[in-house]
Design a protein around this ligand. Structure first.
Ligand code: HGY
Ligand code: MN
Ligand code: MN
Length: 425
C-alpha cells in the first residue's frame, strides 16, 4: 500500500514505539540473563541460537524475507517499491561479552526492527528496500577476529579464515556455526554486498562522553583503529621453594612487566590511544610452581594509523625487553588489524539532521569501540547513532540505558533511513 501524496508530509510526525522497543530489549535479554542483570550470550553458543531464532521469528512477523549467509549473518529484507535500488541497511550484533549487558549490540538490532515495525504500522512503503542485519560474532570474545561476520561480508578477511578460527577449547567457527544451524547458504560477497546503498547502526556509546555532556545523540564521525595480539611467554616451570631467585625463568614475572608496558604505551600516546591486557592464562597455575608459560591478549587502539603503527613497534620492543629481562622466550601473533575508520559525511549529516528535526541535543563523537559499521564503511556509505549509557559503563553486567534515550536514537535512525530510502509516492 502506498501513502497518498498528502500523507507523505505527515511522516515528519512519524515516531517509533519506545515501549515496544524496550519490551523487545527486555525479552531478548532473558536469553542468557545473568544474576547481576546482564547477559552472557557468547557467539555461536546455543544461547546465541536462541537469540537468533527469536529475532528471526520477530522479523518474519514483521513481514521480512530472511536469508542467512555462509558466516551466519542474518539478513531480514523489507521490500520497497523499487527493489532494483540498493538497500538501505541497518543492524548490529546479539552476541555478547561473558559479562555483557542488555544493550551492547542488541539495541542496534532491535532499534532496526522497531523502525520496520513502525513503518508497517503506518503503512509506509519505502522507495528502496530496507535490510536489517544480525552480524555474527561482533564481540571477538570467544573467537577472533572481532567483527567477524561483517568482516567477511566486507572482504576484510576470507570466509575460510573465519570458519577456521578456534576457541580456547579447540572448537572451530565452522563446527560451532553448524551446531547451531546457522551455516547459511546465502552467498557471501561480492555477490551480495553490491546491493547496499547506505548502512546505519544505532549503538550505546559505551563510554562517558554523552552523559557527561548531558547530550542525547552522538553523531559518530569515526571509530578508532585497532590491533589485537596473542602473546605467549615461555620460561621454565620449577619448584617455588628450592629454586633460587636468580635462576628462575618466571613467565608470569615477564608478563607482569608486559602488562605495565602496554599501559605505558597507551599513556605515551594520550589522549586517544588505548592499551589493554584483558585475558591471561597462566600455566600450570599452581601455587608452588614457578609459571612456565603465560598466554595473554593485547588490545591497542588509536585515532590515527601512524600512532597505531608506532604503538605496534613499541609493543614488540616491550615484549623483547620483558623476555630478555625474564630469561624467557616470546611469541607475538597479530590477530586483528583495522585502521581508524571515518564515516560517510552525507550519512553523518543525515544523523545530524535527524537529531535537529527531532530537537534532540547532539554532539560529534569518535567511537572508542569497534562496530560492524567500521567494516561496512568499506563497502557502502556508513554512519552510526550513539545514545548515552549509564555512567558510561559497558562490557559489564550493570550496563544500563534510559528508555527515552533509546527511543530518541531509534527515531533518529527512522528519519535517517527514510531520508536515504525515500518513500514511495
Ligand atoms: O572491542 C570492541 O570494540 C567491540 O566491543 N567489539
Ligand atoms: Mn557492540
Ligand atoms: Mn561489545
Amino acid at each position: 500500500m502506498t501513502l497518498a501524496a498528502n500523507a507523505v508530509d505527515s511522516l515528519a510526525d512519524l515516531r517509533v514505539d519506545g515501549a515496544r522497543l524496550w519490551q523487545s530489549l527486555m525479552d531478548l535479554a532473558r536469553i542468557g540473563a545473568t544474576d547481576k542483570g546482564g547477559v552472557c550470550r557468547l557467539a555461536l553458543t546455543d544461547l546465541d541460537r536462541q537469540g537468533r531464532d527469536l529475532f528471526s521469528d520477530w522479523a518474519r512477523q514483521a513481514g521480512c524475507e530472511l536469508r542467512v549467509d555462509a558466516i551466519g549473518n542474518i539478513f531480514a529484507r523489507r521490500p520497497g517499491r523499487n527493489n532494483a535500488l540498493p538497500a538501505v541497511m541497518t543492524g548490529s550484533h546479539i552476541d555478547t561479552q561473558p559479562t555483557g549487558g542488555k544493550f551492547d549490540g542488541n539495541y542496534g538490532v532491535l532499534a532496526g526492527l522497531e523502525v520496520l515495525r513502525t513503518l508497517n504500522d503506518a503503512g509506509v512503503q519505502t522507495e528502496a528496500p530496507l535490510e536489517l542485519v544480525v552480524w555474527t560474532n561482533e564481540e571477538g570474545s570467544r573467537f577472533v577476529p572481532v567483527m567477524m561476520g561483517s568482516g567477511v561480508y566486507a572482504g576484510a578477511f576470507t570466509l575460510d579464515h573465519a570458519l577456521g578460527q578456534r576457541d580456547r577449547d579447540g572448537v572451530s567457527v565452522r563446527d560451532a556455526l553448524a551446531a547451531i544451524g546457522y551455516a547459511g547458504a546465502a552467498a557471501v560477497p561480492p555477490l551480495a554486498r553490491d546491493g547496499v546503498g547506505a548502512y546505519f547502526e544505532a549503538h550505546i556509546e559505551q563510554g562517558p562522553v554523552l552523559e557527561a555532556a548531558d547530550t542525547v545523540i552522538g553523531v559518530v564521525t569515526a571509530a578508532l583503529g585497532q590491533r589485537w595480539y596473542d602473546v605467549v611467554l615461555t620460561g621454565v616451570e620449577a619448584h617455588a621453594g628450592p629454586t633460587p631467585m636468580p635462576l628462575r625463568r618466571d613467565a608470569l614475572l615477564a608478563a607482569s612487566d608486559l602488562v605495565r608496558a602496554v599501559n605505558d604505551i597507551a599513556l605515551a600516546h594520550a589522549p586517544n590511544a588505548r592499551g589493554t591486557v584483558g585475558w591471561m592464562d597462566v600455566f600450570p597455575n599452581s601455587r608452588n610452581v614457578i609459571p612456565g608459560r603465560v598466554s595473554l591478549s593485547v588490545d591497542l587502539r588509536a585515532a590515527d594509523d601512524a600512532t597505531l603503527s608506532a604503538m605496534d613497534v613499541a609493543l614488540r620492543a616491550a615484549v623483547d625487553a620483558a623476555a630478555r629481562r625474564g630469561g624467557v622466550s616470546a611469541h607475538v601473533e597479530q590477530v586483528v588489524y583495522f585502521a581508524p575508520q571515518p564515516f560517510a559525511q552525507a550519512l553523518v549529516q543525515a544523523v545530524r539532521d535527524g537529531a535537529r528535526d527531532l530537537s534532540l541535543s547532539a554532539m560529534e563523537v569518535v567511537s572508542g569501540a569497534g562496530h560492524d559499521a567500521v567494516y561496512m564503511a568499506r563497502v557502502a556509505p556508513a554512519a552510526m547513532i550513539f545514545v548515552p549509557c549509564k555512567d558510561g559503563i559497558s562490557h559489564n553486567e550493570i550496563e544500563d540505558a534510559r528508555p527515552d534515550h533509546l527511543e530518541a536514537g531509534c527515531n533518529v535512525l527512522l528519519r535517517a533511513m527514510l531520508a536515504q530510502a525515500g518513500v514511495a509516492a
